[in-house]
Design a protein around this ligand. Structure first.
Ligand code: MV4
Length: 444
């Protein structure tokens, strides 16, 4: 039985996990860096252990320090949250070796899905639709050009160990290929210390649709519907919603079945996400699997009524899923806006500093997940997300109205934020009609 959880993370997700544990009667241990002495997660947990200086490489990314803190505190499980060590297969393996329950899938599954080309091949074998592309890894531009010719232009060159857009380049034509390939490979080598590439046909103007899945350790897998995450900028999502206006009930069933098939093929357990690209004509393709809880999980929680963090802990503790597919009903519409400390007028430059005064909205159908408070100083060391504002209403139109109203109430003084920018998006005719794809923000 899990009785004490160490949270290997910070910010709003650490707070979210502390709350779930407390409701389940589980003790909590926070870890914090010297820059996070005054952070909310440090103050809210039952215990807090300082694990090092501000840079994440010496604190939230230090496997040794986090494992040591776990052993010292007597915690029997680690929740990694998202980012940091959450998709690090070595860290999950280290937990396994130390008899610490890692709240997530097995390290072998994290490793396999972390190799994007292996993940792709797993899905091909399982009959999950994937984007036409290379079956074998590609190591040089000459071999790549031959593959690209067979696939057909435009193509996209990707890093096998990539994800999130790093080490990725599009080649519209054969003339561009060599240059695109070499640029992508150089970036890949720098970022991942590996230069294995693969090539896919480039899908134009797709939506980013992802399916939330839950899987227990006994092979039971369900999906919790989709999230439309098309509103993003530089691979940073800004707005996520569920359900997506682009899915008919028929397509939802088809994609949901593909997502369950994908999770089964990966031998997955715990909460995970299957990312798809969806074309206007309804064709969809597996893109990647995320082997962690995601930032945008609250929109799924709200339309399904399922607490994803509690399910993660229950699954990791060896219990069967509390739901079967027929239990999952999508009710109403949820939208999440990420509120960041950044200045949209200065190319979204981060804006750390002291929050001198603030007011966050509430009321029926409004949820705030955040770790900020009046007097808190936003440090420059970590990502700039301050809060997630999530709304729920009976349909999309009313959810949009509720989000506009809630955004209008937000006051955060002392630093720059993207709240006004989000407010404008919520009034854009294409957002209002749901006519969005992954290039929506670039077109603004
Ligand atoms: C693609 C694609 C189009 N065609 N693959 C972006 C990050 C990584 N997860 C894969 N990505 C993409 N892969 C093919 N074959 C377009 C993207 C992409 C993207 C995908 C989802 C959300 C936003 C995006 C922004 C730019 C590119």
């Amino acid at each position: 039985m899990i009785e004490k959880v160490l949270i290997a993370n910070r910010g709003e997700i650490a707070v979210r996990i502390i709350r779930a544990c407390r409701e389940m009667g589980i003790e909590t241990v926070a870890v914090y860096s010297e820059a996070d002495k005054e952070a909310l997660h440090t103050q809210l947990a039952d215990e807090a252990i300082c694990i090092g200086p501000a840079p994440s490489s010496e604190s939230y990314l230090s496997m040794e320090r986090i494992i040591s803190a776990t052993l010292v505190s007597g915690a029997d499980a680690i929740h990694p949250g998202f980012g940091f060590l959450s998709e690090n297969s070595k860290f999950a393996e280290l937990c396994e070796q130390c008899n610490i329950t890692f709240i997530g899938p097995d390290s072998s599954v994290i490793r396999k899905m972390g190799n994007k080309q292996e993940a792709r091949n797993t899905m091909v074998a399982a009959n999950v639709p994937v984007i036409p592309g290379s079956k074998e890894p590609v190591y040089d531009a000459a071999a790549g050009a031959e593959t690209a010719e067979k696939i057909g232009y435009p193509v996209i060159v990707k890093a096998a160990l990539g994800g999130g857009g790093k080490g990725m380049r599009v080649a519209e034509t054969a003339e561009e290929f060599e240059n695109s390939f070499n640029t992508a490979q150089k970036e890949t080598k720098m970022a991942f210390g590996d230069d294995t590439m693969y090539i896919e046909h480039f899908v134009q103007h797709p939506r980013h649709i992802e399916f939330q899945i839950l899987a227990d350790k006994y092979g039971n897998v369900i999906h919790l519907g989709e999230r439309d995450c098309s509103v993003q900028r530089n691979h940073q999502k800004m707005i996520e919603e569920s359900p997506s206006v682009a899915l008919s009930e028929e397509l939802r069933t088809k994609m949901g079945e593909a997502a369950v098939k994908a999770a089964k093929a990966a031998q997955y357990s715990n909460a995970g996400t299957i990312e798809f690209l969806l074309e206007k004509n309804g064709n969809f393709y597996f893109m990647e699997m995320n082997t962690r809880i995601q930032v945008e999980h609250p929109v799924t929680e709200w339309v399904t009524g399922i607490d994803l963090i509690k399910e993660q802990i229950s699954i990791a503790d060896g219990r069967k899923l509390n739901y079967i597919q027929e239990d999952v009903k999508i009710t109403g519409h949820a939208i999440e806006c990420r509120i960041n400390a950044e200045n949209p007028k200065k190319n979204f430059r981060p804006s750390p500093g002291a929050i001198t005064d603030m007011y966050l909205p509430g009321g029926k159908g409004v949820r705030i997940d955040s770790a900020i408070y009046s007097g808190y100083t936003v440090t420059p060391y970590y990502d700039s997300m301050l809060a997630k504002l999530i709304v729920h209403a009976k349909n999309r139109k009313e959810a949009i109205r509720k989000m506009r109203s809630a955004l209008g109430e937000v006051i955060i003084e002392g630093i720059d934020t993207n709240v006004d920018y989000q407010y404008e998006i919520l009034h854009h005719p294409d957002f209002e009609s749901g006519d969005i794809d992954i290039e929506f923000i670039e077109r603004l």
